[in-house]
Design a binder for this molecule. Structure first.
Ligand code: THU
Length: 136
């Protein structure tokens, strides 16, 4: 799958975001190692801290379906679902992605289907805390 198609899959999730508090819609599309795509949107809650981001929605959907190997995620977002800028993943999402994705996992941010910035996970989460820190 090409980068633009993954971005478009993320874009298609914007109307599904449940965002009565922030009005900031986020869509994500996660590409598995075997070429499947799992999408997600953010889902907010009256208890604000209970909100889940679009990236983690997509990841949890995929893991709960038995997927654990991933190539890339596309993320788009904007107020009222209108994308005017890049929407980088929050710190919690970077950490949760790092649980399953290696340093070369790609994060695609887009502000239009043509304007795509690509980062490696290691660039967005250097010196990550991972499972290896827990032993010894
Ligand atoms: N949000 C995401 O879905 N992903 C991120 O990585 C950053 C923030 C959501 C959470 C909340 O619903 C809204 O954007 C405003 O913070």
């Amino acid at each position: 799958m090409n980068q633009r198609a993954l971005v478009e899959a993320a874009w298609a999730m914007l109307p599904k975001a449940y965002v009565p508090y922030s009005h900031f819609h986020v869509g994500a599309a996660l590409l598995t190692a075997d070429g499947e795509v799992f999408t997600g949107c953010n889902v907010e809650n009256a208890s604000y801290g209970a909100a889940i981001c679009a990236e983690r929605t997509a990841l949890v959907k995929a893991v709960s379906e038995g997927k654990r190997d991933f190539q890339a995620i596309a993320v788009v977002g904007g107020r009222d679902g209108v994308v005017t800028d890049f929407a980088p993943p929050c710190g919690i999402c970077r950490q949760v992605l790092a649980e399953f994705c290696g340093p070369d996992f790609l994060i695609l941010l887009a502000k239009s289907p043509e304007e795509i910035r690509v980062f490696r996970l290691e660039e967005l989460l250097p010196e990550a805390f991972g499972r290896e820190k827990l032993s010894e």
